[in-house]
Design a protein around this ligand. Structure first.
Ligand SMILES: CC(C)(COP(=O)(O)OP(=O)(O)OC[C@H]1O[C@@H](n2cnc3c(N)ncnc32)[C@H](O)[C@@H]1OP(=O)(O)O)[C@@H](O)C(=O)NCCC(=O)NCCS
Length: 287
């Protein structure tokens, strides 16, 4: 609990989820639905800072700590309470929480308008965090099959090595909530790629997506994903410095959506999740 001039900041509760989802919808964040906040709550309510102003729901900010590295996301303030220091207070507490849990490096995706604010807090732009939109013809290539719970230990090991932190809780949530969007590719008994997804209103989000740089047909996985997605629109988040990822989505005919966020960082690099083998992020707010 943290209180200052009528603003109370406390851990997220189940009863706050509707407010958080409404703010995200009002901000036009179509990928950030109630389900996202449910997942954060299930992992650790204490890392989801929720603000009340004079007893009314006022804002949220989520701080996700991995070993040594943290992400800040979902910074949202109710329109009725903007310009009253709720956002900066939430943000500063989230940064403090990550720093005190040992995160030397903190990443976030900033909408262009908010980037100068994060700069005042010591964050620097390191990349453009592209949002891509397209469609893929559904297709099943040899070696591609549904990813199941039995694959998770092997996938977790690869993800730990390639992403650089343990996001297995979030991967397991994706598999449980959208098993038909989780796919794996093998070559000679060896895993050469996996991806997970989430279904949203009017589109499906592909990611996290890992692909062995030696695999010459990485597009086989999103083609199978597209079958699970009913052939409809697909969105992905890609760091622009990842030239392999940009080239693959380009060849699939994906277009960059407007209002591209900046990936910003505080502390020493490298960018967590910045390896060329990671072709699409899970979410901007947690890597
Ligand atoms: C960004 C936001 C959380 C700020 O909360 P707040 O309590 O109103 O805080 P402030 O008014 O002190 O604004 C802090 C900074 O946010 C930025 N900001 C202000 N209004 C904003 C808006 N509508 N959208 C995005 N950023 C905004 C500005 O950089 C501002 O810094 P400045 O006052 O030095 O220009 C709030 O405007 C909001 O919820 N916006 C919509 C969601 C969003 O864009 N979140 C940030 C994602 S990176």
């Amino acid at each position: 609990m943290d209180r200052e001039a009528g603003i109370l900041i406390r851990p997220l509760r189940e009863s706050d989820l509707d407010s958080a989802a409404r703010w995200a919808a009002e901000a036009g964040w179509t990928s950030e639905t109630r389900e996202e906040f449910e997942i954060f709550l299930a992992r650790d309510p204490g890392s989801c800072l929720f603000a009340e102003r004079d007893g009314r729901p006022a804002g949220i900010c989520v701080a996700t700590a991995y070993a040594g590295h943290g992400f800040i996301g979902e910074l949202l303030v109710d329109r009725a309470f903007r310009g009253a220091n709720v956002g900066p207070r939430l943000f500063d507490l989230a940064v403090g929480r990550l720093a005190s849990s040992g995160c030397r490096t903190i990443s976030l995706d900033a909408v262009p308008r908010a980037a100068p604010f994060y700069e005042t807090r010591g964050f620097r732009p390191v990349d453009r965090s592209l949002r891509l939109l397209g469609r893929i013809e559904p297709r099943f290539a040899p070696g591609v099959r549904p990813l199941t719970a039995a694959d998770m230990p092997a996938v977790r090991d690869i993800d730990l090595r390639e992403f650089g932190a343990d996001r297995s809780f979030f991967l397991a949530q994706r598999l449980a909530r959208a098993p038909d969007l989780a796919w794996l590719k093998e070559d000679g008994g060896r895993i050469v790629g996996y991806l997970f997804g989430r279904r949203r209103a009017g589109f499906s989000w592909v990611g996290p997506w890992w692909s062995d740089p030696e695999d010459r047909h990485p597009e086989d996985l999103p083609a199978a994903f597209s079958a699970g997605a009913g052939g409809g629109p697909i969105q992905a988040g890609v760091l622009e410095a990842n030239r392999r990822a940009v080239a693959i989505f380009d060849s699939l005919g994906f277009a960059v959506k407007p209002n591209t966020p900046r990936r910003m960082m505080r502390g020493p690099g490298p960018v967590l999740g910045g390896r060329p083998s990671l072709l699409a992020v899970g979410t901007a707010s947690k890597g």
